[in-house]
Design a protein around this ligand. Structure first.
Ligand code: UDP
Length: 313
């Protein structure tokens, strides 16, 4: 029997999932990556094919999950994750957050494995408390365009906690704030790829609303470090992971324009329905429990991300 821990990553061919595959393999794990590739991309994991510690299975995790042999960790990252993706795949988004989480938890129970849920800052909806601590219950419109994602993730948290309480599954829950970096999809509609693509092409940069809404952007290497630390800790409550540096979207547009030295104009488009007005993590818990705080400054992370996008535009 292999001495290496065996970790299953659902959504392992996605942006975050693929970085997590790398991180776990670097740290001596055997990784089994499951992905149905509706928003994941084989190119994100192409470099891992041929690695004896990596296995890819094209699979829809809303169906019963069978994995042979020992499993030590299950990291449930499968889900469409950008507003245009969950508008395009609303039912799949609801199913993977609900049925997919149930199946992944069932596998964790059967294998006596740890289970880590990728939850989201979207559980806070359009928050009335700022910055958002984990103790805030959120302000979500269940039937709005974001409801399919927000409510699926809220259900996923409830299901995860229920498996912990009633089946004694060892769980971890992270609430991921806006994260960016290489392997984001150029066309996923999120602000980072949109602005970088537009700036690199000298096309108009599309700010929604007046750009007064805020976000805080965390670099992917910081995020996966936080996830890895949590995996090794016995802490069973949600933890925010994100970068507390908060920016207005209009200022973010100017920043991208400057870094890329673009000739793009900044233009204004209607604000999508239920677009949260402000979002910033309170990371007190992550600092205390994980000894974690983000290390990569926004300018540096953006420079790396722009390099990546330059290769693929
Ligand atoms: N946004 C924008 N222009 C774009 C794409 C997004 O102004 O081309 C805004 C969007 O309205 C939101 C913020 O940028 O206020 C972040 O959007 P994103 O889709 O990245 O994720 P969200 O944080 O809203 O889930």
């Amino acid at each position: 029997m292999s001495e290496k821990p065996v970790s299953v990553i659902t959504g392992g061919a996605g942006f975050l999932g693929s970085h997590l595959c790398d991180k776990l393999i670097e740290n001596g794990h055997k990784v089994i990556c499951l992905d149905n590739l509706i928003t994941g991309n084989l190119e994100n994991i192409a470099h891992l094919f041929g690695n004896e510690n990596f296995r890819f299975i094209k699979y829809d995790v809303t169906e019963f999950i069978y994995v042979e042999g020992r499993v030590d960790n299950i990291l449930h990252f499968a889900s469409p994750a950008s507003p245009i993706d969950y508008l395009k795949f609303p039912i799949q988004t609801l199913k993977v957050g609900s049925l997919g989480t149930h199946k992944a938890l069932g596998l964790a129970k059967a294998k006596k494995a740890r289970f880590l849920l990728a939850s989201t800052s979207e559980v806070y909806g359009d928050p009335e408390i700022h910055p958002q601590p984990e103790s805030y219950w959120g302000n979500v419109n269940p039937i709005g365009p974001r409801g399919v994602y927000d409510e699926a993730k809220r259900f996923a948290e409830a299901m995860t906690m229920a498996y912990h309480k009633y089946h004694k599954v060892s769980i971890r829950i992270i609430r991921i704030f806006n994260t960016y970096g290489p392997r984001m999809r150029l066309k996923d509609g999120r602000v980072v790829p949109n602005f970088i693509f537009q700036a690199l092409k000298n096309m108009p940069i599309t700010v929604y609303g007046k750009g007064e809404q805020t976000r805080s952007f965390g670099y992917v290497s910081d995020l996966v470090e936080g996830i890895y630390r949590l995996l090794l800790k016995n802490y069973y409550y949600p933890i925010n992971l994100g970068n507390p540096r908060e920016l207005k979207i209009i200022d973010f547009a100017k920043m991208i324009k400057n870094i890329t030295k673009s000739k793009s104009k900044i233009i204004f488009k209607p604000l999508p329905k239920d677009d949260p007005q402000q979002r910033c993590p309170d990371i007190t818990v992550a600092k205390k429990i994980l000894g974690w705080s983000p290390k990569v400054p926004l300018e540096k992370g953006l420079t790396e991300t722009i390099q990546y996008f330059k290769k693929i535009v």
